[in-house]
Every structure is written in C-alpha cells, then in structure tokens.
Design a protein around this ligand. Structure first.
Ligand code: PLP
Length: 418
C-alpha cells in the first residue's frame, strides 16, 4: 500500500493559484532530493554508482540542477536534452547519450560535450566515426530479443526498435576495439514502469553475465554497466513501491557472484531512471470548471490530456485528490475529463470521488515524469506553467504558461495580426 497523500494544504495551493492560475505543474524539491538520495544509498556498495536522470521525463533545467546537486548526471536522447544539460553545467561523462536513429549533429554535440555515447546500432559505429570521430570510450545498447519478455509499456524486445542483437553486440565491441576504442560501457533498457523486483534483478543478472562473456571472449575491459531506467512507481494506492534498499542488496549479491567472481571488479554500475525520481514528486494542479450529468456524471477540469496524456495513451491510472475533501467518503462515481474534442480526453473513468463542486481544486498525482514533457498543443491548448516548491517553502516559477502569442508565433500569414 502507498499512501497517496498530497503534501500541501488547500489554502497553500489556493495562495499559489491566486498568482499562477490553474492548471499548473507543481514539483516538490524535498521529495526529488530524497528520492535521488534513496537510490544512491541503495547502490552505495558500488562506489562509483551513478544515476543518469532521464531528461525526457522532466526536461526542466531547474529540476536537473536539483538532481545534479544530488549527484545525478543526465541521460539524453536528443539535441535539446544535450543543450539543457549544458546550460545546467553538466558535461563530460556526467552525460550519457542514449539515442536512436541519431542525426549527425546530435552525435557532434554529444562529442563536443564529452558525453558517454551509447550506440543503438552496429552501423552507427562507422557513422559516428565519419561525422564526429570516435571517442576514447563507447557503450552499446543490448536488445536481448527472445531472451527476455519485456513488459506491457515497452513491449516484447523482439518488437522493439532499440539496441543490437547478441551477435551484433559481440561484433560491435570487436570492431570498436580494433578501431582503437579503449574504454567500454554496456547498456540495456528492457523494462518500463516495472514494479517487479524479480524482473529488475533479472536485467542486472543478464547484464553482468554478458559483461563477463564480452570481457573474456574479446579481451576488453567493460568499465561501466548501465542497466537502464524503468523502475516503476506505485501509481495506484494498493500498489507497493519498489523497495530500493532490498533491490540494491539483491543486485549486490548477483554482482558478487558474477563480476567479482570473475575478477572484473570494480565496474561502475549505472542507471538512468526518470519516472522513479520525479514521477511521485510532481502534481498537475487543476480546477473543476463544469459538472455535467448525462448518461454518466462528468467532472470537467481546466486541464486536458494535452497537459497529461498518460491516461489517454496507456489507460494509465493517476490518483486524484480533491483538495479539502480528503476526509470525505469517496461515494460518488465520475468520469473526469478535459475540454479536447476527443472522447479519450479523460483523466479517469468511473472513479469514486467525494462529492465535487465547481471551483474545487483537484491534484493529479504522480505527474512529475512523462507529464508536462509529453504535452502538446492540440485544439490550441496552451502548455501549463511549472512551479517548484523549494526546500524553504517558497514557490519558484520554473516555466511560465504558454500564451496565444507563443502558439501563433510560428505561423506565416501575411497581413494578419494575431
Ligand atoms: C525513457 C528512457 C529512460 C527512462 O525511463 P523511466 O521509465 O522514466 O525510468 C531511460 N533510458 C532510456 C534509454 C529511455 O528511453
């Protein structure tokens, strides 16, 4: 069970909303820091453990700075994400560049920043060499194909566009070695939003065994193993959160039985979690605009799936708290909607909630990762502001709300004034 407690009072949120109208995203700096510390503590047995925060989850420099202060690097997969890291002062091997179908300019930027480049395909070795030159250190992304089952969000690895097959992987390291690459990493990302301890442990075991095999057959030294992100969070109240300490200990014993047993210690263990770090510590704050009673009872919010598309995209559950009504019985059933002209624009279907009134503030939980960042402008919806609740209790605007001017800025229509 996870307590789905909202960390602030209704009065505190109304005070913010008086300055920054709903809908907006609100992140909790304390929660972000504690989450990063817990992950780092769970793997502190590996002295050079590093979490590379997956920027795509929450691409805001203020958040990246907080996480960098907690020792996290960044996992980037695009030019914009590389530039964001650069602006925060993150560079060199504190950046892991894990892209796919990569354009030349992104490899060039990653090289210029000194990032660890993690190649998604065998052919990218020659491509990278041609467009940006080969770095001293390279990593490759492994796709185990039929050897693993994947999970619902990321799917069957055989259907996944990512990574190299097992034979390609051996070929890639051999070729890179022969081209003079001296330092090697190994990467995979096969699960997403995974709450199963066993599945996460299995990924680590697969990677450690592979590192042993690669090192012994090719006579190379793997100095870094990145077991990817994908640690899940308890979106539903009845779900238990992953016990990071226990997971860390379990991975430690597999490491001892594989890496250490073969004399390959020390190898730097890395992760690139996004959701785990920011997911639970960001909320979409929205207000009830209308109530509607037809074949079903509807709550119409001032946010839409353009602000948070996970429910529409994956049927994902996001817990809802009606502020000030936490203690009331959830004895009413509603569909909770936005205002897009799309019937899947629903944050919840048949959700039991307390009796809701127009003007109530609703907090949508676990929106801190893959929330604002997946937002879009369909129906001319403007993207929400992002706010950070600082450690000292102050609230900082870290992204302003979009305006109509922003929305129209790219149009070219001579004679019109917007
Ligand atoms: C999306 C992504 C992540 C982060 O995934 P989470 O589920 O947010 O932990 C990490 N690595 C890669 C390569 C990704 O594409």
């Amino acid at each position: 069970m996870t307590d789905k407690l909202f960390p602030w009072t209704k009065a505190q949120i109304e005070a913010i909303a008086a300055e920054y109208p709903t809908p907006f995203y609100l992140y909790d700096e304390r929660g972000l820091r504690e989450q990063a510390r817990q992950l780092n503590a769970a793997f502190s047995w590996n002295p050079s453990f590093k979490e590379y925060f997956a920027v795509k989850a929450t691409p805001n420099p203020a958040i990246l700075r907080v996480l960098h202060e907690e020792g996290c690097g960044t996992d980037c997969s695009s030019l914009a994400e590389l530039v964001l890291s650069e602006k925060v002062g993150i560079g060199g091997e504190e950046i892991m560049f894990t892209s796919n179908n990569t354009p030349a300019e992104e490899f060039q930027k990653a090289r210029a920043l000194g990032a660890i480049i993690n190649l998604d395909d065998l052919a990218h070795l020659d491509f990278l060499e041609r467009v940006a030159g080969l770095p001293e250190m390279l990593s490759f992304r492994y796709n185990p194909g039929p050897l693993r089952t994947g999970n619902a969000i990321i799917g069957d690895p055989r259907e996944a566009k990512f990574g190299l097959t097992r034979p390609q992987l051996f070929e890639a390291y051999r070729r890179a070695r022969d081209k003079g690459v001296a330092r090697f990493g190994l990467h995979t990302m096969v699960v997403s939003n995974e709450l199963s301890h066993a599945a996460l442990l299995e990924t680590a075991r697969m990677m450690f065994e592979l590192a042993v095999e690669l090192s012994t057959t090719l006579d190379i030294r793997i100095e870094l193993i990145n077991i990817g992100g994908g640690i899940g969070i308890a979106y539903r109240p009845e779900q238990p959160a992953v016990d990071l300490q226990a997971l860390g200990e379990a991975i430690r014993s597999v490491y001892a039985a594989t890496i250490s047993a073969h004399g390959l210690d020390p190898i730097r263990l890395c992760m690139e979690c996004g959701r785990l770090i920011t997911g639970p510590h960001g909320f979409l704050i929205t207000r009830v605009r209308h109530l509607k009673d037809t074949y079903k009872r509807y709550i119409g919010l001032d946010a839409t799936m353009a602000d948070l598309m996970r429910p529409a995209l994956y049927g994902a559950y996001h817990h809802l708290t009606v502020l000030g009504k936490e203690a009331q019985p959830a004895d009413q059933i509603y569909d909770v909607t936005g205002s897009l002209c799309e019937n899947n624009d629903k944050f919840a279907i048949d959700r039991p909630l307390p009796d809701v009134a127009v003007g109530d503030v609703v907090a949508i939980h676990d929106a801190g990762a893959h929330g604002h960042s997946m937002g879009f402008n369909y129906n001319g919806k403007l993207r929400a502001a992002e706010l950070l609740w600082r450690l000292d209790g102050s609230v900082q605007l870290i992204r302003r709300r979009e305006t109509l001017d922003d929305y129209f800025r790219t149009l070219r229509f001579p004679g019109a004034e917007w």
